[in-house]
Ligand binder design. Structure first.
Ligand SMILES: Cc1cc2nc3c(=O)[nH]c(=O)nc-3n(C[C@H](O)[C@H](O)[C@H](O)COP(=O)(O)OP(=O)(O)OC[C@H]3O[C@@H](n4cnc5c(N)ncnc54)[C@H](O)[C@@H]3O)c2cc1C
Length: 468
């Protein structure tokens, strides 16, 4: 079995060199997931000098671990948005999703992107009696706005009620990002982590370990920002982790998801069935092995043998809407996609590049990252408690603690790493299925030998590879 996402196994990789000199440019994009690469793509015909830096590998973090669905039937997210911002803005959100999906599909077709685009009906189901009316109401909300839904049935899962929409899509997300980058003319640097940003007059100076980048604009496309001060980010978001598998099974193409937790999400990819389950808030003290075992049990109940196994973490905002736009001066951000970041990340690239090009965009106010909502105060408070709770739980490790050079360290298979995450010092846990060190507070991940593979941490934790 491969303990990596199916997309990493089925996509070719272009290698980009590490930054090895100081550079002076107009726009620095930090992060090479869908948000960063889409911003780069949409700046391609403009004058500014642009560069993108990626701490690890292009599209190998959240984007390359997703399920690759492009749909606007997104579990209970629309209902969450309706509750927090009302029906008018919720309809703007849905219009944005449909516009974004159609824009991506047109681009894929026009440019003949080879990213395994598949047109499919999307289904949303519940197996709880108490949610049937909620689904009917959601369907009515969409129908009243000329979005056609139909009642459905499916023999793959048990359901009390199910609705579907036609003409939604599925892609291989890594192949899609690689296609976006194909004709790119700007420099891209992999294995290049930004560790600090300073402002000097009207320019930003971003520091890597050995170099600096001077730029007029900065686009933070790093998923969870590695700095925590601006925007009060930790209280405005929480993190959700899910577990995924891909097993050989040739069935008609399908894309379905449950309305609420416990989430089940299913899609086909060629002759594989991808199955997602066991979603939980990141700081819940549930070990990964338990979650992977539960997932494997569910998959084996469907009489499937798993070929790929992986997990993924995304950022949930208090009102369900993404944060896309200007944080301050010429610093922009695109994040907080509530597990629906392929369309949102792609469209963030459109919005952020329009801001840089001084072009109007009708969605700029909708996703303002500095918005504050009185209705969300209970959620801000609960997120604050979750952060403290995660930090305290982070002190317990699932691996024996040792000491080296006066520092607390952890040791697995001859690899010794620091016990604390370099982000804000939460204790790391070993994920023995994917062979990574994971931070239970904000989702940073490190390879077994301590290399940072996803933020917000931006430094490695390796000490040595020798057995102590
Ligand atoms: C289980 C799961 C399934 C999902 N399935 C879907 C789906 O089917 N459809 C959908 O639309 N969405 C899905 N999503 C959501 C989607 O995957 C994400 O919202 C989206 O990929 C986020 O993209 P991003 O570019 O913001 O982040 P990322 O893809 O994480 O990219 C950010 C990049 O920034 C880099 N970085 C971080 N810090 C630094 C630094 N200091 N210096 C340089 N680089 C840095 C990281 O290494 C990373 O590569 C899913 C999410 C989860 C958790």
């Amino acid at each position: 079995m491969n303990n990596i996402s199916i997309w990493k196994d089925t996509s070719e990789r272009t290698y980009y060199k590490k930054l090895d000199k100081d550079i002076d440019i107009d726009v620095l994009i930090i992060g090479g997931g869908i948000t960063g690469v889409s911003t780069l793509y949409h700046l391609k015909d403009s004058k500014p000098k642009v560069a993108l830096v990626e701490q690890n590998k292009i599209a190998y973090s959240t984007t390359g671990n997703s399920t690759g669905k492009l749909t606007y039937l997104q579990n209970d997210l629309l209902d969450k948005i309706r509750k927090s911002v009302g029906d008018k803005k919720s309809f703007s959100y849905i219009s944005f999703e449909i516009e974004g999906m159609n824009r991506m599909v047109k681009l894929i077709n026009d440019k003949k992107f080879d990213c395994d685009l598949t047109c499919v009906d999307s289904y949303l189901y519940t197996n709880k009696e108490s949610e049937v009316d909620k689904l009917k109401d959601l369907s009515k909300f969409l129908n009243n706005r000329s979005i056609v839904t139909k009642e459905e049935e499916c023999n793959l899962i048990e359901s009390k009620y199910m609705i579907g929409v036609e003409n939604t899509y599925m892609i291989n997300p890594i192949k899609f990002v690689n296609c976006l980058i194909k004709d790119n003319k700007y420099p891209i640097y992999e294995n290049t982590s930004i560790i600090k940003i300073e402002k000097e007059y009207d320019k930003y100076i971003s520091y890597t370990k050995n170099n600096k980048i001077i730029s007029k604009w900065i686009v933070i496309a790093s998923h969870y920002p590695y700095f925590i001060k601006p925007m009060f980010f930790p209280i405005k978001v929480s993190l959700e982790k899910s577990y995924l598998s891909a097993s050989k099974k040739k069935i008609d193409d399908i894309s379905l998801i449950s309305y609420s937790n416990p989430f089940i999400s299913i899609r086909t990819y060629k002759d594989y069935l991808i199955y997602l389950s066991n979603s939980h808030a990141l700081n819940k003290d549930i070990d990964d092995k338990h979650n992977f075992n539960e997932l494997l049990k569910k998959v084996s109940d469907l009489k499937l043998k798993t070929s790929f196994l992986w997990s993924n973490i995304d950022i949930m905002t208090v009102d369900g809407m993404p944060y896309i736009g200007k944080i301050k001066d010429n610093m922009l951000i695109g994040t907080g996609y509530n597990t629906w970041g392929l369309i949102n990340g792609f469209m963030a690239g459109v919005i952020l590049s329009d801001i840089i090009k001084n072009k109007d965009n009708k969605y700029i106010d909708l996703f303002n990252p500095n918005r504050f909502s009185v209705k969300s105060i209970p959620k801000y408070i609960s997120n604050t408690f979750k952060n403290v709770d995660g930090y305290i739980k982070g002190f317990k490790s699932n691996v024996d603690i040792d000491y080296k050079e006066g520092k607390k360290v952890l040791n697995v298979d001859n690899h010794t790493v620091l016990k604390k995450c370099p982000h804000i010092g939460c204790g790391l846990k070993y994920n023995e299925i994917e062979k990574t060190w994971d931070c239970p507070c904000h989702g940073s991940r490190f390879s077994i030998d301590g290399k940072c593979i996803s933020g917000p941490a931006n430094k490695d934790i390796s000490i040595s590879s020798k057995k102590m």
